[in-house]
Design a protein. Sequence first.
Length: 104
Amino acid sequence: MPEPKQINFTIVPADPGAAPRIYSNFCAIAHTPFDLTLTFCEVLPLSERDLREAESEHTVRAPVRANIVVPLPMVSNLVAALQEHLRVFAEQNPGVAWGKGPVH
């Protein structure tokens, strides 16, 4: 039986403009033994009523913009790619202050 042939290639989005761009300023993370789920939400400024409800219920409801499920073998590469992009961005934008928000 012949040896399997190895082919190196790069995957690129076929049509990057086909999917709508979605804004999110919050991400909740959950996992199973098989995958990681990233739930992206948009947290809007709270009204007086929202603030009262948050004080009594200790929760704020935020509209879900996307649920992304990532297989666990892909997570370490995703984290490394995000770290590299943040490093390059920080080098190119030295005056930008990074906020320390909640981790969920």
